[in-house]
Design a protein around this ligand. Structure first.
Ligand SMILES: [Zn+2]
Length: 252
């Protein structure tokens, strides 16, 4: 069912029993929306393109700055000043011409977010602020599109997967606010490059698992990573019965 070209290209991945030919076919037939093309998003896009995810939509309204390059390794110095979503789409095409890629070079309004989420099999949240993260959670919940959410700041990282099934928790149950705390941005508090790339790799791993074998992932579990000590902890997120986003009958 795979073409010879696909089989040769992805053979090391197909050899994994959890992926196999059927899993590779699923990846090729999948569409993933990546929101944010900074440190997390640029690495996730390249890894998913490498794995053969058939369709990627890359969304970001920023241009590449010199201070991004220490951690955003998918870009080159020649991309400076270019819109990130477009530069990243170019690098994705150069890596894997079998992947269809579309860039969205603007901050999406909620209606567009809902539309894009409904067309995707999975959304990967690679943004850097709570307001956008809450909007993405809301859209994914409404469209029942699974969400891989990652964050990395300083030496710290977080990762969580929501499948929005079985009355589980949502992002708003975990963080019921939209304002960023002081120093909650890379521009204010600094960021360790390999820490960002590690969280991006874990997001990519979750994304592949979610598309091929979602039962491999414990949905609604928060992983917290400390890059100083290379330790991680996992916590089950409690569903907030008063959450105004995911509680039954909620209209917001
Ligand atoms: Zn909730």
């Amino acid at each position: 069912m795979l073409t010879d070209k696909e089989f040769i290209r992805y053979q090391r991945q197909i050899m994994l029993p959890e992926i196999a030919e059927v899993g590779q076919k699923s990846l090729i037939e999948s569409s993933v929306l990546i929101i944010g093309c900074g440190g997390l998003g640029c690495a996730v896009a390249m890894q998913l393109a490498g794995a053969g995810v058939g369709k990627l939509v890359l969304c970001d309204d920023d241009v590449l700055e010199e201070s991004n390059l220490h951690r955003q390794l998918s870009y080159r110095e020649s991309d400076l000043g270019q819109p990130k979503s477009e530069a990243l789409a170019k690098h994705v095409r150069q890596l894997n011409s079998m992947v269809s890629v579309r860039s969205v070079n603007r901050r999406m309004k909620f209606d567009s977010l809902m539309l894009e989420a409904s067309m995707a099999d999975l959304v990967v949240d690679c943004t850097d602020n709570f307001a956008t993260r809450q909007q993405i959670n809301k859209a994914c919940l409404a469209k029942k599109t699974p969400l891989v959410s990652g964050a990395a700041i300083g030496w710290d990282g977080q990762l969580v997967y929501f499948d929005y099934q079985d009355n589980g928790p949502c992002y708003h149950c975990l963080y019921p606010f939209t304002e960023d705390s002081e120093g909650g941005k890379c521009s204010e508090s600094g960021v360790m490059g390999p820490n960002v790339n590690m969280i991006a790799s874990l997001q990519s791993m979750y994304a592949i698992q979610a598309l091929v074998k979602p039962e491999m992932i414990q949905a609604g579990q928060l992983m917290v990573f400390d890059g100083r000590t290379l330790t991680q902890h996992k916590f089950d997120i409690a569903k907030d019965d008063a959450c105004n986003i995911c509680k039954k009958g909620s209209k917001s």
